[in-house]
Design a protein around this ligand. Structure first.
Ligand code: B12
Length: 216
């Protein structure tokens, strides 16, 4: 019930109500699980913002505002979902691909990977193929995560995988892509090993790849 209200509050850009509801929901049980439920429902709410924008009911300013609200929510919830690991279970290089400036989903995935015990190098938004290639060389990740929500991100992701191939770096790594514009067909076309529209599932895939004894 409260979760639905949270979703509606972010969808209607009601900042005060949103944070009042979040605090109310967390007051009983401020756990990582509750924080993740809140994120999932906020995501649902921002989808409505996107739809209203698409239908001409909302403007770009509203998109920006909803993005800011979601970022504020993540910042508030971060302490609940992140803990310092004793030892890293693997390395993930993460970035939003060229042409795409959206990073809210990437940041959620990053926080969840860190919470699971991965060392994450976040190279930021709008990253060229050459930057991915250079950073993979330097950081030597086990996994490369690419994020993007624009339709054009699919081509940029494919270009990045091709670039890693050309540089001879593809074989030693797993590649996972995420963001709302993706599908299984798109992931095949890109040449990724996996895709996910949900940060939680994405982290689980990465854990399975690493085969960490801690999770057996
Ligand atoms: C907020 C927002 C913005 C903000 C972004 C702020 C920011 N810092 O990110 C601002 C205002 C800047 C913006 C700009 C634009 N936006 Co915009 N935006 C949105 C909005 C409302 C929400 C996106 C979002 O953050 N969703 C919530 C996150 C949590 O979801 P997510 O990204 O999918 O992430 C989840 C999973 O996919 C996954 N995940 C994400 N990354 C990864 C990576 C890995 C490796 C894994 C495993 C998982 C994973 O985990 C996350 C959590 O579960 C969407 C609407 C929508 N329906 O999504 C439009 C939307 C994405 N934008 C859109 C458009 C058109 C634009 C603009 C072109 C608008 C304009 N005319 O200027 C520009 C483009 C700028 C650019 N070059 O990128 C369109 C895209 C259409 C398309 N298919 O290409 C959408 C769909 C709106 C619409 N319906 O028209 N936008």
């Amino acid at each position: 019930m409260i979760l639905e209200e949270i979703s509606k509050a972010i969808g209607e850009l009601e900042e005060d109500l949103l944070f009042q509801l979040i605090n109310e929901y967390l007051s009983v049980d401020p756990s990582a699980q509750k924080a993740q439920e809140i994120i999932a429902y906020c995501q649902k709410g921002t989808k409505e913002v996107g739809e209203k924008y698409h239908m001409g009911e909302y403007f770009v300013g509203d998109l920006i505002y909803s993005g800011e609200l979601l970022t504020e929510v993540i910042d508030l919830l971060k302490p609940l979902i992140i803990r310092e690991p004793d030892i890293y279970i693997g390395k993930i290089l993460l970035g939003t691909v060229q042409g795409d400036l959206h990073d809210i989903g990437k940041n959620i995935f990053k926080s969840m990977c860190e919470a699971a015990g991965f060392e994450v190098l976040d190279i930021g938004i709008d990253q060229q193929v050459s930057t991915f290639v250079q950073k993979v060389r330097e950081f030597k990740p086990d996994i490369v995560g690419m994020s993007g929500v624009l339709t054009i991100a699919i081509e940029a992701m494919k270009g990045t995988v091709d670039g890693l191939n050309k540089a001879g770096l593809r074989d030693g790594i797993k590649i996972i892509v995420g963001g709302n514009s993706l599908s299984e067909e798109a992931a095949d076309y890109i040449g990724a090993d996996a895709f996910s529209l949900n940060a939680n599932d994405g982290v689980q895939i990465c854990i399975d790849w690493i085969e960490c004894p801690k999770y057996k």
